[in-house]
Design a protein around this ligand. Structure first.
Ligand code: HEC
Length: 297
């Protein structure tokens, strides 16, 4: 995990030397926008069957949409992260503590420094109780809800926007409710979003020299982790407060995020582009009503 900034003055220079050929190893890097943590306890509690059921649901072939379950090597369903690469909230939080923050944990050890063999962490940064407390805290973070409209006019706009969202096919992937997570606006499935949104792929440290690390992108019968062009439908709850958008943060506005939809999302993006300015405003009013929780516990 390379951070954008480091505390060591030499860090930026060193960071620039990372991509490229190092001996037999070709290093490629790709940028990630951290996923919001709203309502992740509810996502953790969604039964596997609900995710499997929504993957079996057949949409008309004219939609061009077929999502698939992200299956991890051990057979469990992946549901967290941009590539649905992690099965449980506990693993998601622990891998962030270990990977993004470099902490030494009871079940996840830091790699040694290749320059100094035998030298490792001086001890645990968090013990098992502290790990449990951190996961519990994140699990309890409240789920977002829709804001209350300021007046009748806004209420009408939001309602009209919700109908448009459904009509132009956004809800095929961004399904409003899933297995008890009301208002999640995601099917948690992987979708082929075409080369427009492609990047170096899964989170494996070493990726075999195949375009999809064993998967046919977009082939719903393929099993295993996400291919280069596949992304998990991100939940839209809390959207108003979670920008920038898309897996690498390339969209600074909600509108940009929509127009960049390609592959399986192309049809609905085109239908969005064809909306009148008034209807676009209504759709955006609806999307902006999906706000982060305000009540702090
Ligand atoms: C084929 C499934 C699919 C359809 C249909 C679809 N989306 Fe998406 N949506 C996705 C995926 C997958 C991503 C993430 C892509 C990425 O990050 O590269 C995404 C990302 C987004 C984002 C950015 C969310 C974030 O947190 O970064 C917004 C906003 C969004 N979609 C809104 C819409 C709207 C509005 C429509 C209808 C016009 C729509 N989507 C139709 C699958 C879909």
């Amino acid at each position: 995990m390379l951070h954008r900034y480091g505390t060591d003055p030499a860090y930026n220079h060193w960071r620039g030397t990372v991509p490229g050929q190092h001996g037999a190893i070709q290093v490629r890097i790709s940028q990630r926008n951290p996923t919001p943590l709203f309502g992740v306890g509810l996502i953790d509690a969604i039964p596997d069957e609900a995710i499997e059921a929504i993957a079996r649901k057949k949409l008309p072939s004219s939609t061009g949409i077929k999502g698939r379950v992200s299956r991890l090597k051990d057979g469990r369903i992946g549901r967290f992260g941009w590539k649905a690469q992690t099965a449980t909230l506990k693993e998601f939080v622990m891998s962030a503590a270990s990977g993004e923050m470099g902490l030494e944990l009871p079940e996840q050890h830091q790699a040694g420094d290749p320059r100094f063999p035998g030298r490792g962490a001086n001890g645990l940064d968090m013990d098992a109780n502290e790990c449990f407390a951190l996961v519990t805290f994140v699990k309890e973070l409240p789920a977002p809800g829709a804001i209350n409209p300021a007046d009748d006019h806004e209420a009408v706009q939001i309602k009209a926007g919700a109908d448009i969202f459904k009509t132009i096919g956004c809800g095929h992937c961004h399904t409003p409710n899933l297995g008890g997570a009301e208002g999640i606006y995601s099917d948690l499935l992987l979708h082929d979003m075409s080369p427009v949104l492609e990047d170096v792929g899964s989170y494996n440290v070493f990726v075999e020299n195949q375009p999809n690390a064993g998967n046919e992108a977009g082939d719903p019968s393929s099993v295993g982790a996400a291919g280069f062009r596949e992304w998990r439908t991100p939940p839209l709850w809390g959207l108003r407060d979670s920008g920038p958008y898309l897996h690498d943060g390339r969209a600074s506005s909600i509108e940009q995020a929509i127009t960049l939809h390609a592959g399986q999302g192309a049809t609905s993006a085109r239908r969005y582009a064809d909306l009148s300015p008034r209807r676009k405003r209504q759709l955006k009013a609806f999307l902006k009503s999906l706000a982060a929780p305000t009540r702090q516990r």
